[in-house]
Design a protein around this ligand. Sequence first.
Ligand code: NAD
Length: 290
Amino acid sequence: MKIGFIGLGNMGGPMAKNLAAAGHAVTGFDVAAPMPEGVAAAASAAKAASEANVVITMLPDGAILRKVADEVVPAMRQGAILLDCSTVDVESARAVADQATAAGLRALDAPVSGGIGGAQAGTLTFMVGGSDDAFADAKPLFDIMGQKAVHCGPSGNGQAAKICNNMILGATMIATCEAFALADKLGLDRQSMFDVVSTSSGYSWSLNAYCPAPGIGPKSPADNDYKPGFAAELMLKDLRLSQQAAAAVDADTPMGRAARDLYAQFVEAEDGRGKDFSAMLPRFEKRGRS
Ligand code: NAD
């Protein structure tokens, strides 16, 4: 396939590299990042998009996605697929899909989980919104960049799945960290806490697979001085998107709101920026009841 790839940062760079290594003709554009191995440089987003069967975007947010869509949609071939893998608000995802469809294109929103490691290893999970036929045509690309692609329904549903998942993750990580801090103060050693909870009804991905306490459980960013991993500010971004979506549809999400507020405080008023989102544990350790 001919692929245009726009946004070649931490995630997009390795994803584009993997597509090129699998034999696809990839033409890339980024305002700052260098071209990954095997990717031909285009002079603009429109030039990267003009010959492509599929144009993939991996950009910071919805406003930038809308701007890039304004540039690439008029340049794309009829029937080509605009495949956005960024994490953006549901409204922008649906607006860009409508814009693409009105121009005779097909659109998929396909945010990912798996982080930079997953992008490099080609083991991302894609949550996909859009038509059946576009999903089927893009499936071989998902199979190169990831290990799983779930078709979640029409446009915007991929983003909806992503922010619901990360709302659960943010709240669960906070609950896990505060429970460890409480256990410490109650004199319960962390290994015992892990051994019990990881096999009891309090278990979760946050505890079992990504334990926020160092030295127990599987290796995680806690064992690497809380270097991300998944940075606290990216968690904050996703929690803000989930609250934006909840407000738009009048959904009551008190735990999601509390998680957003805590990560906002951690990142913006404390020392959380640049740390893994599981660094909530040392944060709680230092605090008393306020
Ligand atoms: P990044 O900042 O490393 O990459 C974004 C790239 O977009 C940058 O290289 C930037 O120069 C480029 N860009 C910005 N405006 C542009 C424009 N107008 N035209 C062309 N290029 C432009 O970010 P990232 O970590 O690669 O994340 C990308 C997306 O993936 C975000 O939406 C993020 O929320 C999501 N995501 C990231 C992770 C992660 O662990 N990093 C995990 C899951 C999802």
